[in-house]
Design a protein around this ligand. Structure first.
Ligand SMILES: Nc1ncnc2c1ncn2[C@@H]1O[C@H](COP(=O)(O)OP(=O)(O)OP(=O)(O)O)[C@@H](O)[C@H]1O
Length: 720
């Protein structure tokens, strides 16, 4: 350590001691205050504040801050050090902030400042604040021990750009089984997204490993801080592709001090609203079909079920059907409960179509039926003779029951089923409407709906019908919605979600280059932005990839370029690692070489390893071989709900969103990965899951997607 670093270290030690003492003091005081359980509302509110403070300080005491910025605001005498941490800590005597919450406006300087001598500024509630930055320092504190002090900018030094050394140090670390927060190293382009205003539908195209998922989670924490008066955690939701992925990201929000944000898959969320009336067919069946090796895969076009039923055209079709249906929903005849009493149909129609027109269909029916009953009661009041009254009452009730059979109650599913049915259609839904649908869809529906089973792509239509029937209760509305892996969502899904979201407050993130679910997803972000007015959306691109080494990113980019026209290529951060290893072998050596490779990677520094198969069937076989060889590994299938870390065996299409220290891609042969869009994207996804090491194995001819003689990034030598 040179003298300058040593002195910085000493300064920071003293600062840490002083801050820790103050936090300890405040915590002791809070713990000494008895918890209030009484009925007084003011006291309850104060207890809430104390509870939050207890929680924040107990976290802060271990690791009070991670950054320091010396900033001299214009008009002040000298630069003041600002310490930035996960939670703010105030000195109650002076009101001075000992630690600034990373989400506070001034903390944005720590992330947005990229160096140079020019003044820097940030937006405060009172307007733009300008001044000079003198120092940007990263600090690693673990359990109150100062482990590292790294200056990434120093105004008095020669190099005036913010250096990457601290970021590289963090990126070089191994990962455990869960995604982590990045508060200490958020990059300027990520910070802009995190702090973007709430009431816009933000669309973010980010290359693999650019931090999309991480940024989305940090954005939720920011929104909760910035708009604490307007939004609530329980009314925010993050949609992710599957339960295992949700498990993988589940640690970040609690680490950031925000819990209770809903996390769900689109499927689970819709089924809950539909009260589990239907079942979704086993998702692995669809995956096996769409991710069969090339030649066995169905062709994808506009009639592909996912694309057809996910389109706005289909939403308009449903809309038209529902509007027609409504016109003849009321029975066609007068209601005559007994001889001499008649409720004219014109009256019933007036109640239904005029007086209650603002209510959703189900509610409207309920209200009109209740009104008919009241009308009947009034008619009965005119009759004095008790036995006659009783007799008519009974008769009226019977008549009403049969009258209502022409006015059946519907659920979203029963109505949806009706739209596909040749028989039993009301006159408002002529058979010609059915003939507008592709025949294959009608045939599939007839088969599945009998068993109350639907496909994933039926969920948005069902929810749409449900909301037309029932309306959307205010407690179901979201304050903010995050859609991760959004390239696999359909426009219809986003449109229907929009009706459940206040002020179109969305963060929609994804990567078109990873759009492997083309049978249901989008081809262009315009398909989503077209759903909103121009001034309601924002679009960001993230090009830098933080996950993988330069070698891995360059290699993955080559794969993509070979199968995709004009691909969006990732730019790696300057982190060099081992070369990508490509190993060819004989069929008989395939499994032994896999076992040997896994053992080798395990003995190195990799804590998490993925053995990636092309299909689920192959994953099963590879898992079996590893188990037989005594290597403990977890098999990941479409039904998996937990991600356990360690060694995972996983079909390539299920690796999306995850990351591993080392990835071993099996069977990268010409027959498994051909030169086409889907295979190139699949392989790209597989390659970009690796942080530090990427190995490819092929028993047979190598896939043309990976053929390269670039010896700078690839090695074909055996390490054994
Ligand atoms: N600013 C950063 N500082 C440190 N690590 C970062 C930063 N940004 C991203 N990372 C790391 O990069 C990795 C990739 O992040 P993340 O999974 O959020 O990316 P992604 O864009 O969602 O990836 P993909 O689309 O490939 O699944 C994670 O390990 C994350 O911690």
């Amino acid at each position: 350590m040179d003298t300058k670093t040593q002195s910085a270290y000493q300064d920071e030690l003293q600062q840490l001691e002083a801050t820790s003492q103050e936090i300890d003091r405040q915590l002791a005081l809070l713990h000494a205050t008895p918890v209030y359980y009484g009925p007084d509302v003011t006291e309850q509110a104060l207890e809430g504040i104390r509870e939050q403070a207890r929680h924040n300080l107990s976290k802060a005491v271990e690791e009070p801050y991670f950054g320091r910025m010396d900033f001299q605001e214009n008009g002040t005498e000298q630069a003041a050090p600002l310490y930035i941490g996960k939670a703010g800590v105030e000195d109650p005597q002076t009101g001075k902030l000992l630690v600034i919450d990373w989400r506070a406006p001034v903390a944005s300087l720590f992330y947005s400042f990229t160096g140079g001598l020019d003044p820097a500024s940030y937006e405060s509630p009172d307007g733009i604040i300008e001044g000079l930055v003198y120092l940007k320092r990263n600090l690693v504190i673990r359990k109150q021990i100062l482990q590292r002090v790294v200056d990434t900018y120093d105004r008095s030094q020669d190099s005036l750009a913010v250096g990457d050394e601290f970021l590289l140090y963090r990126l070089g670390e191994n990962k455990d089984s869960k995604l982590r927060d990045i508060v200490s190293t958020i990059q300027a382009e990520q910070d802009r997204i995190i702090r973007a205003a709430k009431n816009t539908a933000l669309i973010i195209q980010g290359v693999a490993g650019s931090g999309k998922t991480t940024v989305a989670l940090h954005r939720l924490a920011f929104l909760l801080y910035q708009y604490r008066e307007q939004i609530r955690a329980e009314r925010m939701i993050i949609f992710a592709p599957n339960s295992m992925f949700l498990d993988y990201i589940s640690g970040v929000l609690p680490e950031l001090g925000v819990g209770s944000i809903q996390q769900s898959t689109f499927t689970d969320w819709v089924l809950d609203i539909l009260d589990q009336e239907v079942k979704v067919v086993d998702p692995s069946l669809a995956l096996q079909t769409w991710f069969a090796t090339s030649g066995k895969r169905p062709v994808i076009d506009e009639h592909t079920p996912g694309r057809y039923k996910g389109s706005i055209r289909f939403q308009q079709y449903l809309d038209d059907c529902l509007t027609r249906f409504e016109t003849t929903y009321v029975p066609a005849s007068d209601f005559i409960p007994w001889e001499g009493a008649k409720l004219p149909i014109a009256k019933i129609r007036e109640w239904f179509f005029v007086e209650n027109k603002h209510y959703p269909l189900v509610k409207r029916r309920e209200r009109v039926v209740a009104r008919i009953k009241r009308w009947m009661d009034m008619q009965l009041e005119r009759i004095w003779e008790t036995s006659r009254k009783k007799e008519l009452k009974k008769k009226g009730a019977q008549k009403l029951r049969s009258y209502l059979t022409a006015w059946p109650e519907h659920t979203a599913f029963s109505l949806y089923k009706l739209l596909y049915s040749e028989t039993g259609r009301p006159e408002s839904l002529p058979i010609e409407l059915l003939h507008q649908l592709p025949e294959t869809l009608v045939a599939q529906a007839a088969k599945q709906f009998k068993k109350k089973e639907v496909q994933h792509e039926d969920l948005a239509p069902l929810l749409y019908i449900h909301s037309r029937l029932h309306g959307i209760p205010s407690d179901r509305m979201f304050d903010h919605v995050v859609i991760d892996e959004a390239q696999d969502f359909s426009p219809f899904q986003v449109a229907v979600l929009n009706s459940y979201t206040r002020n179109r407050s969305f963060t929609i993130l994804g990567d078109l280059s990873q759009g492997i679910h083309a049978y249901q997803g989008i081809m262009d972000w315009k398909e989503f932005s077209d759903l909103f007015e121009d001034n309601e959306t924002g679009y960001f691109e993230l090009e830098r990839s933080y996950r993988s080494t330069m070698e891995i990113i360059h290699f993955a980019n080559q794969v993509l370029t070979r199968g995709v026209e004009n691909p969006l290529l990732a730019v790696p951060v300057f982190r060099s690692g081992d070369k990508v290893r490509v190993l060819q072998t004989k069929a008989s050596e395939r499994l032994p070489l896999m076992v040997q490779s896994v053992r080798h990677l395990q003995q190195g520094s990799a804590a998490t390893i993925a053995v990636v198969a092309r299909t689920e069937k192959q994953a099963l076989q590879l898992h079996e071989a590893l188990t037989e060889a005594g290597v403990e590994a977890n098999l990941i299938t479409a039904k998996q709900r937990e991600y356990r870390g360690g060694i995972s065996v996983v079909p390539i299409y299920l690796t999306k969103g995850l990351e591993f220290d080392a990835v071993l891609l099996m069977d990268v042969t010409a027959s498994h990965y051909e030169v086409n869009l889907t295979d190139a994207k699949l392989l790209y996804v597989g390659c970009t899951r690796a942080l530090h090491e990427l190995w490819l194995l092929a028993a047979g001819d190598l896939s043309p997607l990976v053929l390269t003689d670039d010896s700078e990034i690839v090695s074909t030598e055996s390490p054994f």
